[in-house]
Ligand binder design. Structure first.
Ligand code: 13P
Length: 250
């Protein structure tokens, strides 16, 4: 039985003051129960990590960043390293479609970042997913396979056990248009078979695969009823404590 993971991706939203207000309210709601025993992770902007680390101490809620640079240190003005975020949090989102498509991050870059993050013992939420154009051109499986094979290149099974995969079809992100539970399950089952090929059955059985793309309190239960969906990576609906609590307690 895989423990469900409910992860919030706040993207470029919330000042540290707003992030703290959220967490205070969220913690008080969560004290009434986490009925699915979900692993909960909040991925916030770099600037909020220090104060959130203090506020989340002892709460059991995990904290994550949303990016790192792939080099360990050096003359890379404006970049933030794995070692730097590790002072404050234990997770990091990598390969998000907004970075792949709006910021031009190729599979090779995502792969380098993943290796660097894992080497620093960060847990990686590794995102994959096809665009609408790719889905309509019937190359969804090819795209996901490339993202996973290239992204996991040079990573051994032991390290890869610190990866949580997130399937986020680009056409479902921020659009209000969720993949149907059947479409999502089809992709998750494809991913599970593929990671069994890349590593082995044991790895594939243990690895959590989250769905992301317009997850809301209203659709999370049906998505979570699918055998290969182990959690959600939530953007818009994670911004409000009450709505994220309803998702966590689906
Ligand atoms: P939305 O939930 O706003 O569609 O965003 C999904 C996402 O990109 C999470 O990483």
């Amino acid at each position: 039985m895989r423990q469900p993971v409910m992860a919030a991706n706040w993207k470029m939203n919330k000042t540290s003051k707003e992030a703290l207000e959220f967490v205070k309210e969220f913690k008080s709601g969560l004290s009434k129960g986490n009925k699915n025993n979900a692993e909960i992770v909040i991925c916030a902007s770099f600037t909020s990590l220090p104060c959130l680390q203090l506020e989340l101490k002892g709460s059991g809620i995990g904290l994550g960043g949303q990016n790192i640079f792939y080099e360990k240190e050096g003359a890379y003005t404006g970049e933030v390293s794995a070692l730097m975020i590790k002072e404050f949090c234990e997770y990091v989102i990598l390969g998000h479609s907004e970075r792949r498509h709006a910021l031009g991050e190729k599979n090779e870059i995502v792969s380098k970042k993943t290796r660097t993050a894992l080497a620093e013992d960060l847990k990686v939420i590794f995102c994959v997913g096809e665009t609408l154009n790719e889905r309509e051109s019937n190359i969804t499986w090819k795209i996901i396979e490339e993202q996973l094979r290239k992204g996991f290149n040079g990573i051994d099974k032991e390290q890869a056990l610190n990866i949580i995969i997130a399937y986020e079809p680009v056409w479902a992100i921020g659009t209000g248009k969720t993949a149907t539970p059947k479409q999502a399950e089809e992709a998750h089952s494809f991913i599970r078979k593929l990671i069994a090929e890349i590593f082995d059955e044991d790895y594939s059985e243990k690895t959590r695969i989250l769905y992301g793309g317009s997850v809301k309190p209203e659709n999370v239960k049906e998505l979570m009823s699918q055998p290969n969906i182990d959690g959600a990576l939530v953007g818009g609906a994670s911004m409000n404590p009450e709505s994220f609590l309803r998702i966590v307690n689906y």
